[in-house]
Write a protein that binds this ligand. Sequence first.
Ligand code: FE2
Length: 339
Amino acid sequence: MTIENRVVRYKDLKPCTNAFIDTRSPGSDKKENFTVIGPGVAENPDQHVHISIPHGFNIGGARQPAGCLNSQHSHLTEEVFVIHTGKWDFISGIKADDGRVSLESGDIISIPMDIFRGFECIEGLPQGEHKGLGYLHAVLGGDEPGRVLWAPSVFEMAKDFGLILMEDGSLVDTTLGEEVPSDKKPMPVTSSEQIAEHRVVGSDALEGIVIRTKDFDWRNDTVLSQFEGVEETSLVGGDSELEGITASKLCWKHGFVVRGLKLQANAEVPVHTRAEEEVIFVHEGELTVDVDGEQVTLIAGDNFTTPLSAKRSFSNLSNKECVAYITRRGDEPKTPIFS
Ligand SMILES: [Fe+2]
């Protein structure tokens, strides 16, 4: 696999507009869903998977215009969102009326499994090719994160618009003349017992699972940030003594960690290796990654998966600050080894 094949560029993202049961429902029918790395949880087998290498987590994305809603649901793994562009509200509760929290560019939220959640783009970009749209970078745990558990109202509304969800996760589109195959059964509507396994979480508690950019604890004394012009912050994950990392507010076990990395103009993290998969998502600026002597430059919105155990270095060759969010496998990644 070439280095360029390990990049998923924002401009080349292939959306699926009918990935989920609610994609016809008014208010939810304008969402674009992206499976960037790993199989994700889409209910449409035609969804394009950009990179299918198992990482122990899945990277996805959602792009929506203001007013577009992603319906109430829960997952069998943790779900983390980074606001890349726009303003977004996250809404808790089976009926979307338990709580609400508003996030802006760069903010991060980690939603545990036992909360029904939905999200709505409140404000999109003011200009440019994606004017009016907002983009969320998403991380789901596990190599097989399992199916989405939808709120009962989502099934009812989907049926009105011709979509039926099957037990195996696929969708039957009756508007295309499709019928429920004889060997398949529709997914039973989420039961009151399943709903009872979820918590009622109000707006204050939602704030407890958010870290806003103004509260990021940027450090220059971690193993990765010991170099001039480099800072690191712990966003998802516990203490990591070997890396010099202290626990984030979002420190319960996710099966992955998320760190913020900031490089000033001309700053560099020199050649090092790692023991686990890492995916770099560039949020702002440009980051040049050197992998075993080959270079690739990532810009805002691009994702890159570094080959396991490759010798890598990161540099900011531009004249503006670069901010990246890096996801790594496991709750306790090993320290980087500098050569
Ligand atoms: Fe989700």
